[in-house]
Design a protein around this ligand. Sequence first.
Ligand SMILES: Nc1ncnc2c1ncn2[C@@H]1O[C@H](COP(=O)(O)OP(=O)(O)OP(=O)(O)O)[C@@H](O)[C@H]1O
Ligand SMILES: [Mg+2]
Length: 254
Amino acid sequence: MSTLLKVTNLKKSFQGVHALKDVSLDLAEGEILGLIGPNGSGKSTFVNTIAGTFRPDGGRALLQDVDVTGLPTPAMARHGVARTFQSSRPFLGMTVLENVTVAALLHTDRPAEAEAAARECIALTGLADCVDVTSANLPVERRRRLDLCRALALKPKVLMLDECLAGLNPREMDEGLDLVRLINRTGVSVIFIEHVMKAVVALCHRVVVLNQGELLAEGSPQAVMRDEKVIRAYLGGSSKLCSTSKRSAPATAT
Ligand SMILES: Nc1ncnc2c1ncn2[C@@H]1O[C@H](COP(=O)(O)OP(=O)(O)OP(=O)(O)O)[C@@H](O)[C@H]1O
Ligand SMILES: [Mg+2]
């Protein structure tokens, strides 16, 4: 598999907090890469820094060998990088269709074309039954799907999912995993952030672990879960990684 996204020595600090210290990782074409780590380890900062929300303090990001380091969000989206936010943030006063159409306008200035593209994404993500519902009225599970749908309407090559299954019950989570697999089969490579290890193991081809802004481990999901360094980072030396929906701490709203 060829490398789609190559990140080298990415750095980002916030007033003395080194959220990312020289993080390097590759995402292959077609891959679902798990990005895990305890609360505050730098996962969302990684997404924000690659997607253009934050400018990195150092390092490089190459997308299909094109240097995209530090580009703002709209430019990154045009290059094919999309993301969902840890806290869902649709335009609350707009319907599902309107929300997705706004995203689809990235690729066309014709409203009818954008709407047609939006309807395709809505069908793919299983939202056809609430196409005219105002987003503020959607239950959590539908809103998480809408996040995915809006990102998909940007026609990404790389889709970064920052806890896109948070707040879902086990059945909804399984359906969410199926949807991510479906999206991946359409040719989208995925960076998947999640605290529920069972979901990471079920979905990801490979996993990278961050701890305190540094890359701690990398490998197959099974190998990473058995890695003593990883277990210590999560649980301070206890012998088992969380395998159910228990979280290590409340997630920050980033
Ligand atoms: N906008 C910001 N301003 C200041 N500090 C920040 C900001 N964003 C992140 N940080 C800090 O950077 C560090 C990494 O945070 P980040 O949100 O990336 O962690 P995370 O791995 O996504 O955690 P979680 O699993 O809780 O979502 C933390 O110490 C956090 O407080
Ligand atoms: Mg986070």
